[in-house]
Design a protein around this ligand. Sequence first.
Ligand code: SAM
Ligand code: SF4
Length: 440
Amino acid sequence: MADAKKLYIKTYGCQMNVYDSERMAEAMGGAGYVATDSPDDADMILLNTCHIREKAAEKVYSELGRFKPLKAANPNLKIGVAGCVAQAEGAEIMRRQPMVDLVVGPQSYHRLPEMEAQVGGGKRALDTDFPEEDKFEHLKARPKAARGPTAFLTVQEGCDKFCAFCVVPYTRGAEASRPAVRVLEEARDLVDRGVREITLLGQNVNAYHGVGEGGDWSLARLIWALNDIDGLERIRFTTSHPNDMSDDLINAHGECAKLMPYLHLPVQSGSDRILKAMNRKHTAEGYIRLIERIRAARPDILISGDFIVGFPGETEADFAGTMALVTAVGYGQCYSFKYSARPGTPAAERPLVDPVEASDRLARLQALLTKQQHAIQNSMVGRDVSVLFERTGRLPGQMVGKSEYLHAVHVNSDDIAVGDLRRVRIVNSGPNSLGGELLP
Ligand code: SAM
Ligand code: SF4
């Protein structure tokens, strides 16, 4: 390994990008690269980018600027841009940043080793195709390296829903599901390497319909098959769309022992007028009824969501609808964003809400969401949960893991190893995590 080249990957955005970065690192392992945590001694730097909000793309350009001195000091350094900014602005990146050697879109990662071999000495490469071949088949893990106790596994990609604000259908392409047998194979391999919790990923993961024995499998069917894998203790999935929350998936939340009681189900707004303008194809009332059905199947489930405030045309009355929906649902955890116009999306042409007004609404929404999050965290004190320990904490003797409800839990004990799944009594609640004591 003395002459192994070093690859530094910086990942932005969602868990799907984290998964993609791992796959790219493995693919580049076959081309003689090992991962490094620092760009300073890297032979190749890869930015895996996100295009969902404006600042994300700008961050990429400023990060690239920071690499200029590294490239000047080492002209053999190869710099690549991957991910959704690469897909959306490939040629523009090449034009704005002459030091970028290669640009690769999310559907072409399997071609990365080949592209890396071609570039350098002034030669550059751009691939933002949506190729026919299955990138996952070409990206199978090479070395059977040991893994931490949790892993992401992408089962579905792309989106056909075309929400008026969103770039995903353009950057990730049409909705596609991986065959069930491939997913199960990858899950077994992860478990063999030490993984105990798998989070199934997809832009619309509950629209999963991969080919399987006897025809297309739903996400629920896939989860039931994963439930049978010995050694796999926990299953999660994200992100879901309300319109794809089928009865079998709701029932699985009530019946499948390994499926964790946590559901990320974005609604975006509580105003039907705005939901229609967003092309969400569901109503606020329909969403609230859906949450009631999910809670009837699994009463303790923790609900999380996404909200956009200041969508074009949003009035104070529309925003009041969002606040009312949040009050009705009671969220354990949420992401909320100020609307950001994305070029090429239908909403990008519409007049913006006054930015001061939008920021004020976001602050009010976040205050309510934080209050709800803390109320749910406080209600955990005195309860017994199971915790999968993932790492050591900042303090000596401290271990950190996640409860079934995805709360971070800190425990002081010298009797816990990474990967242990233990019963813990929650004894206190902090701003973003819980403290607990090991139960005998
Ligand atoms: N597929 C998921 C869904 O339908 O809910 C979410 C996908 S998106 C990667 C994650 C979140 O980013 C969205 O739920 C939305 O709240 C936010 N988002 C997407 N486009 C946005 C935009 N133009 N401005 C602000 N937030 C945006
Ligand atoms: Fe984007 Fe999600 Fe809407 Fe698809 S369903 S367009 S990924 S927000």
